[in-house]
Write a new protein. Sequence first.
Length: 232
Amino acid sequence: MKKFYAKKDGDFFIFEGEEFNHFNVLRCDVGEEVLCLGTDGNDYLCRVKEVFKKYAVAEIISFEKNTKNPKTNITVFQGMVKGEKIDLIVQKLTELGVSNLYTFESDYTIAKGNNNKLERLNRISQEACKQCGRSKPLSIYDGISFNDMLKMLPEYDVVLFANEKNTNRELVNIAKDKKIALIIGSEGGFSDEEVNKLLSVGVKCFGLGNRILRAETACIAMASIVGYMVGV
């Protein structure tokens, strides 16, 4: 069934802007049943009621709880990466059931924060939701500092740090009800000082094998491993 992120208004969903364009590309018409993904955690079965020049309206027929939203709170702290790598990261973290993504600046990051790209990244996450079936998109926060990230870490029950210099590949048994944070560096990795700061706050280092992975590969690999362990 065709899936949309429309705006809920009482007993109706309104298709505007990008979603109305998508509505037209899929050639939806009056009387057709579509699925609207609600950010409240419900999926809404709707029937298209009216189609106008710049928007369309669908009436809610029924709704049910979305069963594919994340069951465990996983947050990824990703060092800022260059170019379109962040697009891939957002898409795959959405599919893998991650709840939050923070990008951060560190000593060796080349890319810089840009809040203007958040709209595009949110749209990528929404499109990934339509594909994978979850209704709550990834919450994305762009451009915090390394020190800001350090201050946030005590909020989490488990913090795993992907360190290419570490050979430990044994993960602790993580309970599903725990808040989990994953830390992955940018293309340049971390300075020794930053590694020491992370270790000083009690993060658990974890190696992803003998090969040096790209930042985006490490991010997706870590999210996959931890997501499988906790059953997101």
